[in-house]
Design a protein. Structure first.
Length: 338
């Protein structure tokens, strides 16, 4: 069975590729490396002893992207391609709407033309907006979103639902990720953000490896157990396995289903900093700073639906997440750059 990963050279796509290859699937990656490195392909080959087929292509350029469908018999598409920085989406919203929505429309039009009936989409917990109580359940209200990135996810969810309704043989799965962290156990692939990281775990990793001096903790006056923000961190390998489970589900389903992928447990920033210090063998320097605008105090997933319907459950602990993030960071202090 052949699975096409749009954006498959990125952080989550590369780990999903590793899991799919290990499970015996043929993997095709379509990526323009706007936020990833071609070195991922060599690393995947080292992990899996098999190299995914690569197309270096802009997925939003339908006529260029069509070659992938014309030259291969694709059974399932996992659609990761898109921009993902919340802050950048506020600064250049049109780039986000253009790239994220065009990538999706081009992919769906080709999926339609080439009769691919299984489609998995990378959505985000950010679609739940600020009004819901925790834990977030899939049937809770979505929106309003606090930034253009979040809106692209919500609009794309709707586009996929409408397409799916019009095509009875089609099966779509919308996966709402919580906070993916960690890296492959081998230390060969991991998260490699460009420039100064925005997200907590890559920032902690850079401080721990000495590339940045100190972590700023955004807010210590939230109504949480230690005053710092609480999130549902999920090991990227558990997340990757969630995609394999979702794809198997899609094979035997029709219509659109939504699943949260998280652990169901919240950890505070201070707890993550402490766990990372244990993993790397020395405390991670931090200081408290004002709250970051747009941040919610606390959210985590209700994961019962994914547990029951997909038969999938996150298994790795916060200690595993920190161990693997540190292993990746310390072996690759400059990411994929040699
Ligand atoms: P990433 O940036 O590492 O991966 C995205 C990949 O898409 C990159 O390799 C990039 O080069 C590629 N890409 C972007 N635009 C493209 C285009 N026009 N044509 C071809 N390739 C293109 O991000 P990630 O963390 O692996 O996230 C994957 C998906 O999951 C994204 O859609 C993201 O929004 C979503 N998501 C991520 C998180 C997270 O915290 N990492 C959380 C929720 C949802
Ligand atoms: N955070 C922080 N310092 C940083 C980055 C993040 O204190 O340099 C906090 C942030 O306020 C939030 C948590 O860490 O409470 C997770 O933030 P991240 O950006 O990783 O993910 P988010 O859940 O905001 O998408």
């Amino acid at each position: 069975m052949t699975v096409l990963l749009t954006g498959g050279a990125g952080y989550i796509g590369s780990h999903t590729a590793a899991e799919l290859l290990a499970a015996g699937y043929d993997v095709i990656i379509a990526d323009n490396f706007s936020n990833s490195s071609p070195a991922v392909l060599d690393r995947l080959e080292q992990i899996a002893w098999k190299r995914p087929k690569l197309y270096n292509v802009d997925v939003s350029d339908k006529s260029a992207f069509e070659r992938v469908f014309a030259e291969n018999k694709i059974d399932s598409v996992i659609h990761f391609a898109g921009y993902k920085s919340v802050g950048e989406s506020v600064r250049v919203p049109l780039n986000y709407y253009r790239n994220n929505i065009d990538c999706t429309l081009a992919t769906l039009e080709l999926v339609d033309k080439y009769s691919v009936n299984s489609f998995i989409f990378s959505s985000s917990a950010t679609v739940y907006g600020a009004e819901n109580e925790v834990p977030y359940r899939e049937d809770m209200r979505v929106g309003p979103c606090s930034n253009p990135y979040g809106w692209t996810k919500l609009f794309i969810e709707q586009i996929i639902k409408d397409f799916s309704s019009a095509k009875p043989e089609f099966s779509a799965v919308l996966l709402r990720y919580f906070n993916p962290v960690g890296a492959h156990r081998s230390g060969l692939i991991g998260e490699d953000p460009r420039g100064i990281p925005n997200n907590l775990m890559p920032y902690i990793s850079k401080v721990a490896v000495g590339a940045l001096p100190v972590l700023k903790i955004f807010g210590n006056d939230y109504p949480t157990r230690d005053g710092t923000g609480v999130r549902d961190y999920i090991h990227v390998i558990d997340l990757a396995k969630g995609h394999v489970a979702a794809m198997r589900f899609a094979e035997n389903n029709r219509g659109t289903e939504v699943f949260n992928l998280g652990t169901g447990k919240g950890e505070s920033v201070l707890e993550m900093v402490g766990a990372f210090g244990n993993a790397c063998g020395r405390p991670v320097p931090y200081e408290f700073a004002p709250r970051r605008s747009g941040d919610l105090p606390e959210y985590y997933a209700d994961v019962r639906k994914a547990n029951e319907v997909l038969g999938w459950k996150a298994e790795l602990s916060v200690a595993d997440m920190c161990r693997d993030a540190w292993n990746w960071q310390s072996r690759n202090p400059n990411g994929y750059e040699e």
